[in-house]
Structures are given as structure tokens and as C-alpha cells.
Design a protein around this ligand. Structure first.
Ligand SMILES: *Cc1c(COP(=O)(O)O)cnc(C)c1O
Length: 432
């Protein structure tokens, strides 16, 4: 049995301070049950909780830590920056440094604006799209997440190409009605929406590699089609690459598929574990942003020097030759033996992956491209698996809809340990 006495006491205390005991909902372990781990420290591939348990971590703070925990290059850069002060509210050379690293190695954007979270990046990118087009409606997809932006906390209405309804209390229906929610990977749904709301649509927002509700790999034809429709109709195509950016390659999904979006939103990896987001586009589109243009967007801590130093230190490592092929090899070493084992045992199970992102599907479908193709009942397997893995020193994010991440810090030995733990956990889940 996992010893969790200290985490349990901390969680009880936390519940007296924070709604649900947490500062972000999925951390609360609601969907898997049990007590969240209270983390004391992270080092490389490992997390250590308050009870002194060690876990091989495949959540990696939900994606930012592509180099693993407390990477020495990133730590050094942070300490170096902190020694000179933490915030100035005035420009620093560090902002130029991170921008130069990105813009000179990313062919799909010419200018960038730093913000402090992925939510802020998506929200600002939407405002930019509306400012550039002078239109107000947005297309988003069922199964994509773009942070807790009002206009994007919206679910599909009662039929195809109808306006959305809010998926959170506190989001005015008037905002939800500006958002059209469509199924992923469905060209006809786009055609119908575009025909109906022709000159009202400012933006098509998509995670080009949807990774917040399973890993819903899209047909490349569908993504190319979005580019065509957007160009034809004068709509801004927004790629939300908060997860995929710098993860599936330095140029993210835009580079992987070679599709030029109009605007890209970034977050997670870009800050090296510090709070950073960004959005980028052509110089022409970015000229609409204040103070150059009339789309207002600002931030007291935007371009924060400590965060910029962390981001630059991390991105520099990613630019080293062979980095991404090494990550893909590590991921293959983890998932292939687990998939083979499940097949051999006849378990209806698969692992989908792109780059070093992976997702456990409790299904024998070959493709899952839309959120309604995930059977909610299959999550009962995840609940058992998650617990069994925790008991064996493996940490996954506490929801079966969430993806996992391999980091550069995972050694062959860590991966071998994880593979054998997964096999045992699958046996438990499928024989329960
Ligand atoms: C995490 C995420 C966001 C929100 O980023 P925060 O930093 O949590 O605000 C937005 N879009 C996508 C695709 C994400 O995965």
C-alpha cells in the first residue's frame, strides 16, 4: 500500500483554504479517487511526495517539463536571472534573447508577443483575430481545450452548425452564442457552418494535435482543408500549440504538417516550467497589436525576466541536433512493448502517440479522431490502472482523458521499470 499520511493531512488542510483543496481542478484526483500527491520536489525523471515516495513522472507538470524536473541548465538560468531582480515592468535583453531563439528557428511566425499563460495566449489570439477581421464569431471543436477563456468554455448547441451554449457557469450565453462548436475531423460540418455564418466568422481555433481530451490525431487532409477554407473565407486560422509547440518538433504541428496557420498560440514548454505563454503571427498580422495597432493587450509580468531566462535555457537544449528523434525513440521504447503485451493478452487497449505525447485508449479502435468516439465507460479501466501504477512508483496525470509526456530525463532503466509496471497494472485493470 502506498503510504500517503502526509499528503492526506496536507490535502485536508488545503480543503480549508482552496475550493476542492486545489488551485486547478484536475489536480484534485476527482476522476480517479484517492488523495492527490503533495509534491515536495522533482529531479530529472522523478517526483518525490511529502511522504517520501518516489515516482517516475509521465505528467511533467502537464507538459512544460520536456527536459524533466529541475534541469540543471534551466535551474542555472533561473538563478542567474533572479540574482539581478525578478521584475522590472520595462524591457530587458532576455525578452529579445528568447524571441530571437524562437523566431530564427520557427518558419511559421515572424513576430511574437509574450504573455503569462496559455489561456492568456489563446484569449489574446482570439481578440487579434476579431480585431483583424472585424468579425466576432469563432469556430472551435468539440474535444479541443484552449484554457479557461470565456468564449471557449462552450459546448455544442442542439444541432450541427448551431451556436454554442456555455459549458461553465459564469459564461454569459451571449458570449457562448458567438462560438460555433463543431466535431473534429469533419469537413462537412465546417462547410455547413461557413455557409450559414459566412461573413461573421473571425477565427477557426484548433489544437492541430488535439491533446486535452484523449489524443485525437486529425487527418492531415482535414487540417489542410481548414487552411483552404480560412483563406477562401477571410477567416483567421489559429493553431493552439500550447501543448504541441516545441513538443512534436521545434516548429510544433505547423512544422510537422507543414501548414501555415495565421496565428499560433504557445504556452507550457516555452516557459521552461515558469509561467509563460505567447502568440505569434506574420509581421503584418502582429502589427494590429498595441502599441503598433489598435488591438489592446498588456501584462504587468509579461516577458518576465526569470521566466524568459528559463524558457531560453530550455529551448536551447531542444535545438541541439537529434533532440526530437531521441524523444521519439524513448517514447517508442515505452509504448511499443506495452501495446504488444496488451495484444498478446487480448486486452482492448491501445496507446496513441505523436512525438513524445502519448495517450492510453481503453479500446481496440485503430483511430480515434473525435471526442464522441471515446467511451466514457472505458474510464473505469483507467481508474484501476492509475492506482496500480501509483503503487508501483509511476505517476500519470489523474484523468484518463489526459495525455502523458515522456521527458528527456527518462532513462532506459526508468522506461524499463515503467513498462513492467504497466504490464502488471493492465493485468489488474482487465481482470478486475
Ligand atoms: C494547457 C493549455 C491551455 C491553457 O494554458 P494555461 O497555461 O493552463 O492557461 C490552452 N491550450 C491548450 C491546447 C492547452 O493544452
Amino acid at each position: 500500500m502506498l503510504q500517503q499520511t502526509k499528503s492526506q493531512a496536507l490535502f485536508e488542510k488545503a480543503k480549508t483554504y482552496f475550493p476542492g483543496g486545489v488551485n486547478s481542478p484536475v489536480r484534485a484526483f476527482k476522476s480517479v479517487g484517492g488523495t492527490p500527491l503533495f509534491i515536495e520536489r522533482g529531479d530529472g525523471a522523478y517526483l518525490y511526495d511529502a511522504d517520501g515516495n518516489r515516482f517516475i513522472d509521465f505528467c511533467n507538470s502537464w507538459g512544460p517539463l520536456i527536459l524533466g524536473h529541475n534541469n540543471p541548465h534551466v535551474r542555472k538560468a533561473i538563478i542567474g536571472a533572479v540574482e539581478k531582480g525578478t521584475s522590472f515592468g520595462a524591457p530587458t535583453a532576455l525578452e529579445n534573447e528568447l524571441a530571437d531563439l524562437i523566431l530564427s528557428n520557427h518558419r511559421y511566425i515572424e513576430k511574437i508577443r509574450f504573455v503569462s499563460s496559455g489561456t492568456e495566449a489563446a484569449m489574446s489570439a482570439l481578440r487579434l483575430a476579431r480585431g483583424v477581421t472585424g468579425r466576432s464569431k469563432i469556430i472551435k471543436f468539440d474535444g479541443c481545450y484552449h484554457g479557461h477563456v470565456d468564449a471557449l468554455l462552450v459546448q455544442a448547441g442542439s444541432g450541427l452548425a448551431t451556436l454554442g451554449t456555455s459549458s461553465s457557469a459564469g459564461v454569459p450565453e451571449a458570449y457562448a452564442r458567438e462560438t460555433i462548436v463543431l466535431p473534429l475531423n469533419d469537413k462537412d460540418a465546417i462547410e455547413a457552418a461557413v455557409a450559414k455564418y459566412k461573413d461573421e466568422i473571425a477565427c477557426i481555433a484548433i489544437e492541430p494535435i488535439p491533446a486535452n481530451n484523449g489524443l485525437l490525431i486529425q487527418d492531415i487532409d482535414f487540417l489542410r482543408y481548414l487552411r483552404e477554407v480560412a483563406t477562401r473565407e477571410g477567416i483567421i486560422l489559429l493553431f493552439d500549440e500550447v501543448i504541441s509547440g516545441f513538443r512534436v518538433g521545434f516548429e510544433g504541428a505547423a512544422g510537422l504538417y507543414d501548414i501555415q496557420p495565421d496565428v499560433i498560440a504557445f504556452g507550457k514548454i516555452i516557459g521552461g516550467g515558469m509561467p509563460v505563454g505567447a502568440y505569434g503571427a506574420s509581421a503584418e498580422i502582429m502589427a494590429h497589436i498595441a502599441p503598433e495597432g489598435n488591438v489592446y493587450q498588456a501584462g504587468t509580468l509579461s516577458g518576465n525576466p526569470v521566466a524568459m531566462a528559463a524558457g531560453a535555457a530550455q529551448l536551447r537544449e531542444l535545438l541541439k541536433p537529434g533532440f526530437y528523434s531521441m524523444m521519439e525513440e524513448k517514447t517508442a521504447t515505452l509504448i511499443h512493448p506495452i501495446i504488444a503485451y496488451a495484444r498478446e493478452k487480448g486486452y482492448k487497449f491501445n496507446i496513441f502517440s505523436r512525438g513524445s505525447i502519448f495517450w492510453l485508449a481503453f479500446s481496440d479502435q485503430i483511430n480515434i479522431r473525435k471526442s464522441n468516439e471515446i467511451d466514457p465507460a472505458s474510464m473505469k479501466y483507467f481508474t484501476i490502472l492509475h492506482r496500480a501504477l501509483l503503487e508501483r512508483g509511476i505517476y500519470l496525470g489523474p484523468s484518463g482523458y489526459e495525455v502523458g509526456f515522456v521527458s528527456a530525463a527518462h532513462s532506459d532503466a526508468d522506461i524499463a521499470l515503467a513498462v513492467s509496471a504497466f504490464k502488471e497494472a493492465l493485468d489488474l485493470a482487465y481482470n478486475a
